[in-house]
Design a protein around this ligand. Structure first.
Ligand SMILES: O=C(NCCO)c1cc(-c2ccc(F)cc2)cc(O)c1O
Ligand SMILES: [Mg+2]
Length: 214
């Protein structure tokens, strides 16, 4: 019976990475994607940009939209101080199942709360589910046509505060034109583009960092 790409990615992690060592999990996935099969992880070129923003913000509360196999969840959570948590939302149950195992292999299951479901349904429940008021950091990496509606939902649910940082993947490829137009033209955001490449390729892509001004 045939396996899926996420299953083959997990197998590469289980074979190559050291249990409890997040960096080895990250390296194993990047090696798999460069040498075996491309997969839609933020990757080893945009990943360090993500790392630098997470370190700069040093969030007490962080939200990720779009877990996939857990690669960016591990990248983010490995940098979070003790006592802080990453909440990551994933719609696709098969991706969520693989991500839980990747996160467990990295030894980060106590810092990451993976919730299965549609971001549009879950965002309004975040405050109650996790006893938080606002997010210091949000990484957008899910369906590209959901970036803008979910940003507006975060605003409406008052889950952003003055200084909250949003970092969006794939703003060029596959592209999120309506989101870009909004954050770059709204007086409520200070936005900056970090040029890079689509993971594991030479195609242009980049991350957009937007600070909510309140
Ligand atoms: O859809 C994406 N994510 C949400 C589902 O988990 C996604 C897609 C791509 C991509 C795919 C196909 C291609 F040809 C080019 C880019 C890249 C990414 O980084 C992504 O996050
Ligand atoms: Mg992406």
């Amino acid at each position: 019976t045939s396996s899926t790409r996420p299953q083959r990615l997990l197998r590469a992690v289980q074979r190559k990475a050291t249990k409890g060592d997040p960096q080895s999990v990250i390296s194993a996935i990047d090696y798999f994607c460069r040498n075996s099969e491309w997969a839609m992880n933020v990757g080893d070129e945009k990943g360090p940009i993500l790392d630098s923003v997470v370190c700069e913000v040093s969030p007490a509360t962080a939200l990720e939209l779009g877990t996939y196999c857990g690669y960016s969840s591990v990248r983010i959570a490995r940098l979070l101080p003790v006592g802080t948590k990453l909440i990551t939302l994933e719609f696709h149950p098969d991706y969520a199942c693989i991500a839980r195992q990747v996160i467990q292999h990295a030894g980060l299951e106590d810092k990451i709360f993976l919730v299965e479901g549609a971001s549009g349904d879950l965002i309004p429940k975040m405050a109650d589910m996790f006893g938080i008021s606002t997010f210091d950091f949000v990484f957008l990496d899910h369906w590209k046509d959901r970036y803008l509606p979910d940003l507006k939902l975060l605003e409406e649910c008052q889950l952003l505060r003055k200084g909250s940082v949003l970092l969006a993947d794939n703003v060029i490829c596959p592209g999120t034109p309506d989101y870009l137009e909004y954050v770059r033209n709204s007086p409520r955001y200070e936005s900056r583009y970090f040029q890079s490449h689509l993971e594991y390729t030479k195609v242009e892509d980049g991350l957009e960092k937007s600070v909510f001004l309140g």
